[in-house]
Design a binder for this molecule. Structure first.
Ligand SMILES: Cc1cc2nc3c(=O)[nH]c(=O)nc-3n(C[C@H](O)[C@H](O)[C@H](O)COP(=O)(O)O)c2cc1C
Length: 440
């Protein structure tokens, strides 16, 4: 396995899905939750993220509404992420804008057009999070979710079409010659005439190529098909790596798959989600974490263990110790593999009691890399993972309250910059420019 060349600087994305308002966070008087379906909330975060020179803001997405979640929180209800990013484009000038479009439910012509539109509107700052989606099939006429293998085969064809469409109306074709009355040189327009297993697309795209760096791609999905797809096409990988060991393992796999597709390992940047519950003291942060997840009751935690590990703890006494031998053999969870593996490792290495396992952050809340502590704790944890070569950066998903968001933007990011681990100012004004900047 090959280790990637180490970046000089972190690459940092900021989630504008308001994770800091999930759980009980939205109930704070100053949460601003009323702005959820306007662009105000995201705009405020994008401006502040730009002020501390983050690489990009990012909006994950889902095309379904788990109804039971709506009783207690905003769940997956959200504005369309690409339309939201378009509103941010005019109000910001340097920060990248990464939106999410599913290759399982969408069509490549529409996706190519939306993305190239966002790229023009933001003057070169668009990024596409290519997802094969977790659920939502019933909303698109599919009786069940296709397997990972089928989804990634479709994703590969979809992405290939999109990239060819992006080049199908090259900039040289655009003449805008007033004197001669020629708008475009039609000899240079290139239909793609694609006929494949999933799509038939003639092209060309009805929008010219943007005169600047291309649109970077992000991938999220940890199966062997997902990782191979990332090695083939992704500039960034949004991942769930709850511990250093899983980040290092994924980093090595991505490097391997990048080389297999004749790319450099560091062309594929590993950016795990980083959930941050921050306080001035560790006790404050811990209290915030507990308060945020207080409505995740024992029954829900037991259901999560069942979902992740196939283990029904319903009748088990809280003091009973868990070991490797308790894990059902051959169980595969519909949830992210890396997260389930990390939980298995916790059981194998720590042999926790049932109560201890149910109290773990990995069970209660985020499945991401997690810091519950002070801004200084966050800085040293990030620096440690980065210096260990495990990650190229991260996507910040602050939790619990706007306070975590504030401490991230006002304290953590400036401290990383002061330590030389992050930029002090922008030197580029496109997303690809930012991504390439931190490299040796
Ligand atoms: C960290 C992470 C973030 C994801 N974000 C999204 C998302 O925003 N929208 C979505 O529809 N699917 C999302 N997915 C689902 C993936 O696109 C993919 O469909 C799923 O993980 C199954 O692929 P896999 O078997 O390779 O993991 C995400 C997956 C991961 C691991």
């Amino acid at each position: 396995m090959h280790q990637p060349e180490h970046r000089r600087k972190l690459c940092i994305g900021m989630s504008v899905a308001p994770t800091w308002l999930s759980g009980e966070g939205w109930r704070d008087p100053d949460s601003g939750i009323e702005g959820l379906y306007s662009s105000d909330l995201a705009l405020d975060v994008a401006r502040r993220a730009e002020a501390v020179h983050m690489d990009f803001v990012f909006r994950p997405d889902a095309s379904f509404l788990p109804m039971q979640m709506m009783e207690q929180s905003f769940g997956f209800s959200s504005l369309d992420p690409t339309l939201l990013m378009a509103t941010l484009a005019r109000e910001t000038s340097r920060i990248g804008l990464v939106t999410t479009i599913s290759t399982t439910f969408g069509h490549p012509y529409s996706a190519a057009r939306q993305m190239m539109s966002l790229h023009w509107l933001s003057r070169g700052r668009a990024g596409w999070n290519v997802v094969t989606a977790l659920q939502g099939n019933e909303n698109f006429g599919l009786p069940e979710m296709p397997s990972s293998e089928t989804r990634y085969a479709r994703a590969a064809e979809f992405t290939d079409i999109v990239r060819r469409l992006w080049s199908s109306f090259p900039l040289e074709a655009l003449l805008v010659d007033r004197a001669a009355g020629r708008y475009a040189d039609t000899d240079l327009l290139l239909p793609i005439d694609h006929q494949g297993a999933h799509f038939a697309v003639r092209g060309p795209l009805n929008l010219p190529q943007y005169p600047g760096p291309r649109i970077p791609l992000m991938q999220a999905g940890g199966s062997k098909y997902g990782v191979d797809f990332a090695g083939q096409v992704a500039d960034m990988v949004f991942a769930q790596t709850p511990d250093l060991q899983s980040a290092q393992a994924l980093r090595a796999q991505l490097s391997d798959r990048a080389l297999a597709h004749h790319r450099q390992p560091h062309d594929v940047r590993l950016l795990p989600g980083l959930s941050l519950y921050l306080g001035e003291t560790r006790a404050e942060a811990q209290a915030l974490f507990l308060a945020t997840n207080r409505r995740v009751d024992r029954k829900q935690r037991i259901a999560r263990v069942q979902e992740f590990l196939g283990l029904d703890l319903g009748d088990w006494p809280g003091a009973r110790r868990l070991t490797d031998a308790d894990l059902p053999e051959g169980f595969t969870s519909p949830r992210c593999k890396t997260h389930c593996d990390a939980l298995r490792r916790i059981i194998r290495d720590l042999t926790p009691t049932v109560d201890e396992l149910l109290a773990r952050p990995e069970i209660q809340a985020s499945v991401h890399w997690q810091v519950i502590g002070t801004p200084e704790d966050a800085v040293s944890e990030i620096a440690g993972w980065f210096r260990a070569g495990a990650v190229d950066g991260f996507i910040a998903v602050p939790g619990g309250s706007v306070r975590s968001l504030d401490l991230l933007l006002d304290r953590v990011i400036p401290a990383l910059a002061a330590q030389g681990l992050f930029r002090q100012s922008y030197s580029a004004d496109t997303l690809l420019g930012h991504l390439q900047e931190g490299r040796d």
